[in-house]
Design a protein around this ligand. Structure first.
Ligand SMILES: [Zn+2]
Length: 65
């Protein structure tokens, strides 16, 4: 099991992570987007951090170089 370890109301919690429950927001419009397996694999292969990676919706898609 992979989980998030966080504190809620002063109590440490372990929250299980499932692929269909991972989301982000478009960095331009704030639209909620599901994060799929390929997006996570791409981030890990590129050495990106979860906090510093930005995604965009299809409307605001920025082509890769
Ligand atoms: Zn957007």
């Amino acid at each position: 099991m992979i989980y998030l370890k966080t504190e809620v109301d002063g109590v440490e919690r372990e929250i299980e992570i499932y692929y269909d429950e991972i989301f982000t927001r478009c960095f331009k419009c704030g639209k909620e987007l599901p994060v799929d397996r390929e997006m996570i694999i791409g981030m890990l292969k590129d050495g990106c951090s979860f906090a510093d990676t930005s995604f965009s919706c299809l409307v605001h898609l920025v082509p890769n170089d």
